[in-house]
Ligand binder design. Structure first.
Ligand code: C5P
Length: 293
């Protein structure tokens, strides 16, 4: 018997960041959107706990520090069962790209093992476990379009209409999320209380994708850009297209909004031909959270 789960990566359509608390974490007001770039997690019965990666994950550390292994151990401890499974993850979400690939691996592992081990825990319980593993794990479990506050783990689904087509410009060299937050702290001394603009939420609800893309905000964009030459190049190359650009989370993935009148596939081909990034991928959102297929 084996269980296969797909878990989506995300972009942040809105990411307002406040001053760090005593625990070092920053209060956020963010709008996540899950996109159809998926990690595929396969779980099989075993007498131990093993993890292998293929796809973009080739060569990744699959030891005890890996978030998928930590997710398996946390679920086993929570449910009082042995942490026995063979996990095989085919990675399609860029590593250290600001798209929650590691969190998607953890979310997918929780869903796969919940099924493999016959636990039948509700998503809310998996989310509580996931929140202890990483700030983006609960969103990777629930997917769709959601408002995240606190560390980004307190989620409310957002009534969002419409479909967003993105061309994702990915970089071979990633960015460390803590490093980007540190650069944010160094350069933005007194950030305001984070909140999402009402007009932005209204535009999401009525399906005005153009307004949403034009008014997307990411308080980490400047910090990410200053730390990554490839991201700076990609932004400069995209300038002449006059399309909304969005740094995804803590970067360096850059999401170019393709809009209703442009084929995202044609735009990706155009950008690819210019060699603006390591790869140019088309992704659409919103899509569902981690689910068994
Ligand atoms: O929760 P996660 O492990 O994904 O977070 C990685 C790092 O990003 C944290 O150690 C912290 O430095 C930073 N972070 C933050 N505030 C958040 C989320 C993440 O400062 N709300």
């Amino acid at each position: 018997m084996s269980v296969t789960v797909r878990a989506p990566g995300k972009v942040n359509l809105y990411l307002a960041v406040g001053a760090p608390g005593e625990d070092g974490y920053h209060p956020l007001a963010t709008v996540f959107q899950a996109v159809d770039l998926y990690e595929e997690i396969e779980a099989r019965p075993s007498r131990g706990l093993e993890l292998t990666f293929t796809g973009l994950g080739k060569g990744l550390d699959a030891g005890e520090g890996n978030l998928a292994i930590r997710a398996a151990r946390a679920l086993a401890a929570h449910a009082g069962v042995p942490a026995h499974a063979d996990l095989a993850i085919h990675k399609n979400v860029p590593i250290a790209g600001g798209m929650a690939g590691g969190s998607a691996d953890a979310a997918g592992t929780l869903v796969a093992l919940n099924r493999l081990w016959g636990l039948d825990l509700p998503t809310s319980e998996l989310c509580a476990l996931g929140a202890q593993l990483g700030a983006d794990v609960p969103f990777c479990l629930t997917g769709g379009t959601a408002l995240g506050v606190g560390r980004g783990t307190e989620l409310t689904p957002v009534p969002a209409r419409g479909e967003f087509s993105w061309v994702l410009l990915t970089q071979s060299e990633g960015l460390s999320t803590p490093a980007v937050f540190r650069e944010f702290d160094r350069t933005v001394r007194t950030p305001a209380e984070p909140e999402v603009d009402c007009g932005f939420m209204e535009a999401l609800a009525r399906g005005d994708e153009i307004f949403v893309a034009m008014n997307a905000r990411n308080d980490l964009a400047a910090a990410a850009t200053s730390l990554h030459q490839g991201l700076r190049n990609a932004i400069a190359e995209c300038g002449e297209f006059h399309l909304p650009l969005l740094v995804s989370g803590s970067g360096p993935t850059l999401a170019v909004f393709a809009g209703p009148d442009i084929s995202a596939e044609d735009l990706a081909a155009d950008l690819r031909a210019r060699g603006v990034a390591e790869s140019c991928l088309v992704a659409r959102g919103p899509v569902a959270g981690a689910h068994v297929i």
